[in-house]
Design a binder for this molecule. Structure first.
Ligand code: SF4
Ligand code: SF4
Length: 455
């Protein structure tokens, strides 16, 4: 096999890894592969001490936790990627099956970015590898395109709710869909709401003198699948006295989207297009210092994380500083003694499952703080790794079994063991889907519990 340096033009901006100073301790630079620049250095962050092969508390690494196989650990992924960039897999390393196998079960949970002592960001490394794979392959498979383009056709999903219902009644149709598209026959399909949230909202709100303004960023999933969550968040923020701007596209333009589904499936140019549109809309608010509040963890947190790798220019910094999950915003306001939210007692118990990205970005203490504001509410957190759904991962036929094993590690048994009147909270749309499929229970978003407690 050839081991000459490869010619790789990366699609993400890996310049943060180019200098020791900007990224701290990423290991011995000489150990970084010769090709790939900052991308290679990002893979070389792995120092090989294998904390990713432990199974104590935390998220990292869900695929190692269920397979018990070193080949499905962060360390092996980083080592295989380094070998690929060192030219050990020939001139088209991203088509190599050894590399594809190593990355196959990475669910992009970001557990390694927060829990690995050296902060290996395998989720982002995997995105670049996928994008390079599609480029070397010369095409993007149909299923990946279907998942990636969800935001573009989401407004039509309600017309196809009958497909999900028919699949349930006629398993042969589910099987046919599995063979044709690779979507697991045993998986339910998400059901769209009859009316989305954003189209029912005014395009602008009156701002009174001295108003405390915030921006609510409603993602594709909260908009089309669970508009009641966006409505609940709006009512909670308004009840707390904020003037809420709903982030909206310019008149006649398609809906705003953070780009998450494109990025996760390796369509980096499309992700960048969506991120640029969102940035153009939100930057004026961010530059005025207004908080930009999101509901779906993987969508909102992308503004603080992957947007820095999309080459979007200097305005990203202000946007990243302003982007907050609802729980982070409310906790911050409470700490600053600015939160005026009158809540009535709820003498109920809630069991909370944190989305992997909430855990990776330290949002769980804010969940505890905000739920603690509801008098009488007994709050218990589930100690769990990834739910297993992880965006589209758990929908994919070849990943269904391992996705369910991830759920069975701790989340699903604890949900099943919960009393019928225990409220369940899961802020991620995928996590709620997994709980519905795996434990036949409905979980809610934090915003819905808070609205229930509004006086
Ligand atoms: S990925 Fe992180 S925890 Fe695992 S071996 Fe590499 S440096 Fe250690
Ligand atoms: S992103 Fe998650 S699944 Fe992927 S390597 Fe890191 S910890 Fe493992």
């Amino acid at each position: 096999m050839s081991e000459k340096p490869l010619q790789i033009k990366t699609q993400l901006d890996w310049s943060a890894y180019e200098s020791h100073g900007s990224f701290g301790d990423f290991g011995d630079a000489e150990a970084a592969p010769a090709s790939g620049g900052g991308y290679a250095k990002a893979a070389a962050v792995c120092m090989g001490k294998r904390h990713c092969q432990r199974k104590d508390n935390g998220v990292m690494c869900p695929s190692f936790r269920v397979t018990d196989d070193e080949k499905h650990s962060t360390h092996h992924r980083a080592a295989t990627l380094k070998a690929a960039l060192d030219g050990k897999f020939g001139e088209h390393p991203f088509l190599n099956e050894e590399l594809a196998d190593a990355l196959e079960l990475c669910v992009s949970c970001k557990g390694c970015k927060s829990e690995c002592p050296h902060g290996v960001d395998m989720a982002l490394l995997r995105v670049e590898a996928l994008a390079q794979r599609w480029q070397q392959l010369g095409r993007i498979p149909l299923r990946e395109r279907v998942f990636a383009y969800t935001p573009r056709y989401a407004k039509y999903l309600k017309l196809f709710n009958w497909v999900g219902a028919t699949r349930k009644r006629l398993p042969l149709i589910a099987k046919a869909m599995e063979s044709w598209l690779g979507i697991a026959a045993k998986r339910s399909l998400p059901r769209a709401a009859a009316q989305d949230f954003i189209s029912s909202q005014p395009r602008s709100v009156a701002v009174n003198e001295g108003a405390r303004e915030v921006v609510l960023l409603v993602d594709t999933f909260s908009n089309h699948l669970d508009p009641q969550i966006a409505q609940a968040a709006l009512e909670v923020l308004q009840a707390a006295g904020y003037t809420v701007h709903i982030a909206q596209p310019a008149a006649g333009e398609r809906a705003l989207c953070c780009g998450r589904t494109f990025l996760s499936n390796g369509l980096i140019d499309e992700a960048r297009n969506e991120a640029s549109r969102l940035l153009a809309t939100l930057a004026p608010y961010a530059e005025r210092g207004l908080p930009i509040i999101g509901l779906e963890p993987s969508c909102l947190l992308m503004l603080r994380d992957e947007y820095h790798a999309l080459g979007l220019g200097v305005r990203v910094a202000a946007l990243a500083r302003s982007a907050l999950l609802l729980e982070e915003f409310l906790a911050r306001e409470h700490d600053a003694k600015r939160l005026e939210l009158a809540l009535k007692p709820l003498n109920e118990k809630v069991l909370v499952h944190g989305h992997c990205h909430q855990k990776a970005f330290g949002a769980m203490p804010a969940m505890g703080k905000v739920l603690g504001l509801v008098p009488g509410l007994q709050v218990e957190f589930i100690e769990s790794s990834c739910c297993g759904m992880a965006g589209s991962f758990g929908m994919e036929a070849e990943h269904y079994a391992v996705a369910m094993q991830m759920g069975e590690l701790s989340l699903l048994p604890q949900v099943r063991a919960a009393a019928a009147n225990t409220l369940l909270i899961a802020n991620g749309t995928s996590c709620r889907h997994q709980i519905r499929d795996g434990a036949a229970r409905e979980a809610r978003h934090l915003a819905q519990i808070l609205r229930r407690a509004l006086r």
